[in-house]
Each structure stands twice: as C-alpha cells, then as structure tokens.
Ligand binder design. Structure first.
Ligand SMILES: Nc1nc2c(ncn2[C@@H]2O[C@H](COP(=O)(O)OP(=O)(O)OP(=O)(O)O)[C@@H](O)[C@H]2O)c(=O)[nH]1
Length: 298
C-alpha cells in the first residue's frame, strides 16, 4: 500500500482523533461505569464494529485521496458519524444520568454526517467525470502505460511514433501535426531548479490537454518539446487550435514554490499537414526544421 498521502492529512487526522477523544470524554464525564455483568457484548460488537469500520474508512480515505474540498467533506461527514457511533458504543459501558441532552448530542451528528457524505459523493462523481475526460484525452485509442512519460504523464515519443505511423498507414484524411517547444526552459531550470522545471512541464502539459479535443493526442516528444496529433483537421482549424494553446500558455502565471513569484512562459510552434506519401520520421523532421526556422526568423 502507498502511504505517501498520509503526511498531507496531519490536520485532518488530528481532527478525527480530537473528535474520537471528545466523544469518549463526554461519555465518561457524564455517567458512571456499568458493572461488567450487565454489559451486552452483542451490542458492543455491533456498535463497536460500526465505530471501528468508520475509522477504517477514514484511513482508506487518507491514503487514497489528496487534500481538497471533496476530501474535507468526506472527513467531516465521517467524523460526525463516528462521533455518534462512539457515543452509542459508550452507552454500553457507561450509565448516563442526564439522558435527554446526551441522546440529542448522540443522535444529531450522524444524520448531519450522512448529509455531508452524500454531498461529498455527488461532488466526487463530478470530479471523476472531469478526471475521466482528461484520461480519455491522454489515452487516445489505446492504453499503453509503459509508454507514458513519468514527468508529465503524457505519452512519450515511442507511442507518438506508433500512433503517427498508424494514422499515416490508415491514410487518415487531413491529419495536422503540431509541435510545441517551451522558450528558454533551460534558463528557467537553471534559475529555479530541475524540480520546478518538472512541475512546469506537468502544468503546461495540463494546459495543452485542456485546449485540445477528445480525438487529439498530446505527447511529450523530447525535453521541453510536445507534439499534438490532430486527426481530421484542416490547416485553418489547426492554426486556430494552436493559437488557443499558445494564448492560454502566455496567460498562465506559473507560481514558484519558494516565493510564489509568477513566471510567464511562451511556446514556439510549428504546424505541418500530412500528405498521402508521408512517413512518420520524415514528417517529424519537417516539423523540427520548421520549428527551428521559425525561431531563427523570430
Ligand atoms: N526539469 C527538467 N528539465 C529537463 C527535462 N528534460 C530536459 N530538460 C532540460 O530542458 C532544457 C532544454 O534546453 P533547450 O533545448 O536549450 O531549450 P530552451 O532553453 O527552451 O531553449 P530554446 O528552446 O531555444 O528556447 C535542458 O536544460 C534540459 O536539461 C526534464 O524532464 N525535466
């Protein structure tokens, strides 16, 4: 199991522990401990099981989800539910005198928790739809995770070559291919470090993905260079799409981790349209040359 997300939840874990502790303290401070013989062990197992399983759910939540709104709602909801479940369990061990208000405190958090969790699950569903959409854009027509680039999570150059060859062999009509290169990335790396460089690569990949269509395929071709395959796309449409990517990158304020300073970036781009006799490598060479020529001219 991967526990790498646990440290990110230290405050939430503290909240859960405080909630559990306050349920125990509240119960012990308002009653007296029952005699061993009158405890109903069947109820203890049933109610204790519910409280324990709530804690298990919380544990899996912490190891599975990064912090965020949906996570917070789920933690709050489960904590409320656990609070009621623990008070319910403590009833088996402690006889309470002030029955009415304590039973109110015991009953109310559980339904509030259920409402919060229901709302959280709806939000989770919405979040999943967005993630699925991003995944579909990353995956194009097939799923080959060994060919994914681990910095950007985009497909790498080998997968790109395979897909490009496939498109060309199938004679897909109007295939446009776009190459994008981050300007002055080396300078950025030297100033802010490689880790920030990796983060920039990831964030720009997200921006590229957000601007392409479901049928397009974005790959990391090399270092700071990306390629987007645009099937069934005439040049004017490809030019518009490229313009949208360049604009969104130009307006994107990358915040450095250390100082929060906003750093802006531009991309250089080249665009070619495939012709009937094209081979993948020749087309990629054409793209590379065009990009360098454009830079020379710029
Ligand atoms: N952080 C990080 N840097 C990388 C990675 N792959 C390549 N690089 C760096 O990317 C930089 C690319 O440098 P160049 O090809 O000169 O690109 P550039 O500085 O953008 O120059 P122009 O393209 O001419 O604007 C080099 O410093 C590489 O070390 C990576 O995965 N992560």
């Amino acid at each position: 199991m991967n526990y790498s997300l646990l440290p990110l939840h230290s405050k939430r874990i503290a909240l859960v522990l405080c909630t559990a502790l306050s349920a125990l303290l509240l119960s012990f401070s308002h009653g007296e401990i029952k005699a061993w013989q009158v405890i109903s062990w069947l109820d203890v197992v049933g109610e204790g099981g519910i409280a324990l399983l709530t804690l298990v759910w919380l544990f899996f939540l912490f190891v599975s989800r990064p912090p965020g709104r949906v996570t917070d709602l789920l933690v709050l909801g489960l904590s409320c539910f656990m609070f009621s479940a623990l008070l319910d369990l403590m009833d088996e061990f402690v006889r309470h005198q002030s029955g009415y208000w304590l039973s109110l405190v015991e009953s109310i958090p559980a339904p509030i928790g259920m409402v919060l969790m229901t709302w959280a699950l709806y939000q989770w569903h919405q979040e999943q739809l967005t993630l699925n959409q991003q995944l579909r854009r990353r995956e194009a027509q097939s799923r080959q995770h060994h060919q994914v680039d681990w910095v950007t999570r985009l497909y790498g150059a080998d997968y790109l070559r395979e897909q490009l060859t496939k498109h060309l062999d199938e004679g897909v009509s109007s295939l446009s291919v776009l190459m994008l290169d981050i300007d002055n990335f080396d300078q950025f790396n030297r100033r802010y470090g490689d880790q920030e460089g990796d983060r920039l690569l990831r964030e720009l990949s997200e921006l590229i993905l957000m601007n392409i269509r479901q049928t397009d395929l974005a790959c990391r071709y090399a270092g700071d260079r990306f390629i987007v395959l645009l099937p069934e796309t005439q040049r004017p449409q490809a030019v518009t799409l490229a313009g949208q990517i360049l604009e969104s990158v130009r307006h994107f304020a990358f915040k450095t981790r250390e100082s929060g300073e906003a750093v802006f970036h531009t991309l250089s781009c080249a665009l070619v349209s495939a012709v009937a006799s094209d081979q993948a490598e020749a087309l990629l060479d054409r793209l590379n040359r065009q990009l360098e020529l454009g830079r020379g001219a710029g």
